[in-house]
Write a protein that binds this ligand. Structure first.
Ligand SMILES: Cc1cc2nc3c(=O)[nH]c(=O)nc-3n(C[C@H](O)[C@H](O)[C@H](O)COP(=O)(O)O)c2cc1C
Length: 329
């Protein structure tokens, strides 16, 4: 499931009117959201780099939630960025850890829209002011999504705005944000890629229980494996028992190619073509006689996606699963 990591860069949430409302809505929206409030975690700006990077590795969508401060992110969020987007994590020879993740900038702006025009007192359009952050995403190989921002979010009692107007603006902002996250969650490409990762991560462990797999397999499953053809849940169990007798847990499935094609106009059925490398230790009494294997296979899956409640990713059911070996090294 595509987990959403929200980094709150507000320096003092207790004093916030807008960001606090948006964060609350995100928290209520889905159990797939993890919110990290930097002001509470790091009041002295001492970022726990390891913890922050671990949280990012888990996520597929990263949301930076902040108030616009001097045409950029607040200093605390800049510190977070400077510390965590480090060499060999976000950039450099092995710096591919954020590659393919989606980045959403979600922020509140004090000035009105008209001020961010050539003749206005802020002169430059917001999107132009965001260029350093956009380029940061590109250097890290991230997918920079259209930013979500709302103007006139300052409330100065008796001087500027009303609290009701700011809260209404924040709620409307939060709705646009969760709508975008919902669309992303269920974008077929992203949803299936995420499912494929989860599926093979489970396979790598070869757990005793096949419950995880069965919940994603049709009772009418057609399973065509190098070991033979199997049908339905019983067939899968039979094959799974064989697989567990051959391979030791802790194997590694590496997806080298992945292609997804919609099979019907309603876009609920998909054909997925994969090339997967399996590296595994084998049991001494298996056909592999305890020799480690390095096996390249083509896989063809047919699957369907079923819509779930708000804030939940579509459920995936596999109907057909073919595995054809390519070579054995
Ligand atoms: C230090 C500081 C700098 C700010 N800089 C800007 C700015 O550059 N442009 C702007 O439109 N608003 C600016 N503001 C206004 C904030 O963006 C606004 O107060 C905030 O978005 C409101 O969110 P909150 O209620 O969650 O604190 C600034 C506010 C502070 C405190």
């Amino acid at each position: 499931m595509g987990k959403v990591l929200v980094i709150s860069g507000h320096p003092d949430l207790a004093s916030s009117n807008a960001n606090r409302v948006i964060l609350k809505r995100l928290e209520d929206w889905s159990d797939q959201v993890e919110i990290r409030n930097l002001d509470a975690l790091y009041p002295h700006f001492e970022i726990d780099i390891e913890a922050e990077q671990a949280a990012m590795l888990q996520a597929e969508i990263i949301v930076l939630q902040f108030p616009f401060h001097w045409y950029s992110v607040p200093a605390l969020l800049k510190q977070w960025l400077d510390k965590t987007f480090s060499y060999n994590f976000a950039y450099g020879a092995q710096g591919d850890k954020l590659k393919g993740k989606h980045l959403v900038l979600s922020f509140t702006v004090g000035g009105p829209e008209t001020s961010y025009t050539p003749l206005g007192y802020n002169h430059f359009p917001i999107l132009e002011l965001l260029k350093p952050l956009e380029q940061t995403a590109y250097l890290a190989g991230m997918n920079f999504l259209p930013p979500i921002f709302t103007h006139r979010m300052v409330y100065i009692p008796d001087v500027y705005n009303t609290l009701e107007a700011v809260e209404a603006g924040a709620n409307e902002h939060a709705q646009r944000l969760v709508d975008q996250l919902d669309t992303l969650f269920n974008d077929p490409q992203l949803r299936i890629e995420s499912f494929v990762r989860e599926w093979f991560a489970q396979f790598d462990q070869l757990p005793d229980s096949s419950a995880y797999f069965l919940q994603h397999l049709s009772p009418q499953l057609e399973l065509n494996m190098p070991e033979g053809s199997f049908h339905g849940h019983d067939g899968f169990q039979q094959w799974y028992t064989l697989a567990r007798a051959q391979f030791k847990p802790g194997c590694q499935h590496q997806v080298e190619q992945l292609e997804i094609k919609a099979e019907d106009d309603a876009a609920t059925r998909y054909r997925v073509e994969l090339r997967v490398r399996l590296q595994a230790e084998t049991h001494a009494d298996s056909v592999f006689k305890g020799q480690p294997i390095n096996l390249l296979v083509n896989e063809y899956w047919q699957l369907s996606m079923e819509a779930q409640a708000e804030g939940q990713a579509n459920h995936i059911t596999i109907h057909r699963y073919d595995v054809v070996p390519v070579t054995v090294d």
